[in-house]
Design a protein around this ligand. Structure first.
Ligand SMILES: Nc1ncnc2c1ncn2[C@@H]1O[C@H](COP(=O)(O)OP(=O)(O)O)[C@@H](O)[C@H]1O
Ligand SMILES: O=P(O)(O)O[C@H]1O[C@H](CO)[C@@H](O[C@H]2O[C@H](CO)[C@@H](O)[C@H](O)[C@H]2O)[C@H](O)[C@H]1O
Length: 454
């Protein structure tokens, strides 16, 4: 790959000028993005961790920007975000919704900054980079062992509400760019690659990816990946909602989803290390769930009345550990819900988005867990589609039966573990909804009310 357009990764005087140009705009724009993790906390400033010019004259910039929002979180001084920014004398009319703002300070004064993934000319540059392995500025591009990356596929950005940002190329490939960037290998790349090595075809195999080089004290961070696009696939969440609306049974699909989950779990257990959860680890798990409940209740006050009742779910888990109960633990999906399953026109369910819960530290997301963690995520998801209904109860049962048919173990034989994970998931959801979709907060709250009196 040509290094011609690359600029050094470390910020230079010119780059701090760049920040002067962008700072006022980013303060306004960043908090409005769905993927911005620090909602509700004021930004006190930015640091530019790296800038790579993908097109000359600042026409297309790749930035890793740290947003300072005291106090610092577990992963360092401020969250680090990946931004692709285009600048032009004037943004073309079709890019109006992508405009970040008019630059009034610094070296780019007079130009307009916009979200470059919305500009097909710019997302085409990204595809071209992903096609050819190599280094460019702060970025490192890699190709997987299989799969073609054709040239000149027409890009279209996905408009779905997402935790990250995706671009579909010619209905053939889909690129996903992680927005909040943390050091380390992202499980969204790690697990699909491991599953592909294992011959599991339930997951689209990454064909290319890119990362930023680490520093002397941080690991490289995965920035994005390119996978086959599952054309004409139906999203499990949309499909479930349609069935609810039309008062149609969904148990056959739920059973298939259970079978697909068990297949993926079996392959993951073969592909990556497993551990046994014994007393200490189970008590630790119960403690971390309790801590999360308590901190979340501080951030989501409507949760407060249920805290005592919910704590009992985690106490029961710790008690089982103390009595000598053990479980096998392995790598799991980590944020499993109906929307993570896509049904191909052939009827086959595929699984996507192995990133885990984006707000958790990466090291935590890569820990092995009993499979009940994912199963609880799906049980919550049926409840989201039709809260506290017979529809959801029968789907939950069918899902567990399907899971048992393939794995040989019915998850319902571990009700205490399942309740603890379901409670933990609903606690996570209450924070997620409070931050991103306050209108939905009632869904996990209603479930938590029930789980508190279990
Ligand atoms: N391989 C794929 N084929 C078809 N659609 C996909 C594929 N991967 C993702 N999508 C679509 O993109 C959406 C967002 O992808 P996802 O990986 O869940 O991103 P995020 O982590 O930002 O939520 C999904 O809900 C799905 O509709
Ligand atoms: O965007 P991601 O797929 O990474 O996941 C986040 O957003 C999900 C919502 O889009 C959220 O899922 C919650 O809402 C779903 C309905 O929209 C429901 O099916 C899930 O069960 C529920 O958890 C997910 O928790 C969050 O991490």
């Amino acid at each position: 790959m040509s290094e011609a357009a690359a600029r050094p990764a470390a910020p230079t005087a010119g780059e701090s000028g760049l920040l002067m140009s962008l700072d006022p705009l980013l303060r306004e724009w960043l908090p409005r993005q769905r993927w911005f993790a620090g909602k509700g906390r004021p930004i006190t400033g930015f640091t530019l961790d790296a800038v790579t010019e993908l097109l000359p004259d600042a026409a297309l910039l790749h930035l890793l920007v740290r947003a300072h929002q005291p106090p610092a979180d577990e992963e360092g001084p401020g969250d680090r975000y990946q931004l692709l920014i285009g600048t032009a004398e004037a943004a073309a009319p079709h890019l109006a919704p992508a405009v970040i703002g008019h630059i009034t300070h610094g070296p780019l004064a007079g130009r307009t900054a916009y979200e470059a993934l919305q500009d097909p000319r710019h997302s085409a540059v990204l595809l071209e980079r992903l096609r050819i392995p190599g280094a460019l500025g702060a970025l490192r591009f890699h190709r997987g062992p299989h799969g073609e990356v054709p040239r000149d596929l027409a890009p279209r950005p996905l408009t779905a509400e997402q935790s990250n940002s995706s671009v579909v190329y010619g209905d053939t490939l889909i690129a996903k760019l992680f927005r909040r960037v943390v050091p380390g290998l992202n499980p969204d790349l790690e697990l699909p690659l491991a599953l592909a090595r294992e011959g599991c075809d339930r997951v689209p195999e990454p064909v290319a990816w890119f990362e930023t080089a680490g520093t002397h004290h941080t690991e490289p961070a995965t920035l994005g990946l390119l996978q086959p696009f599952l054309r004409d696939a139906a999203d499990g969440w949309d499909l479930a909602l349609k069935h609810v609306t039309n008062q149609q049974d969904f148990t056959a699909q739920a059973r298939d989803l259970g079978r697909a989950t068990a297949e993926v779990h079996t392959a993951l257990a073969r592909a990556l290390p497993t551990v046994t959860y014994t007393r200490a680890r189970i008590e630790q798990l119960a403690e971390s769930m309790t801590r999360r409940l308590e901190t979340t209740a501080q951030q989501v006050p409507p949760l407060l009345p249920y805290v005592d009742g919910l704590r009992s779910a985690f106490e029961a888990l710790a008690r089982l550990g103390a009595e000598g109960r053990t479980w096998q633990a392995q790598r799991v999906h980590g944020d499993l819900h109906l929307g993570q399953f896509l049904r191909e026109p052939s009827g086959t369910w595929k699984l996507i988005d192995f990133e885990g819960e984006p707000s958790r530290p990466l090291a935590e997301r890569r820990l092995p867990h009993p499979v009940h963690r994912d199963i609880a995520g799906m049980l919550r998801s049926f409840d989201y589609a039709s809260p506290q209904s017979d529809w959801s109860l029968s789907c939950r049962a069918a899902y567990c039966s399907g899971y048992a048919e393939v794995s040989g173990t019915d998850p319902r034989t571990a009700p205490v573990l399942l309740r603890a994970y379901e409670t933990d998931k609903a606690v996570y959801e209450s924070l997620y909804e409070a931050r991103h979709r306050p209108d939905w907060l009632q869904v996990p709250l209603t479930a938590l009310k029930r789980l508190a009196t279990h």
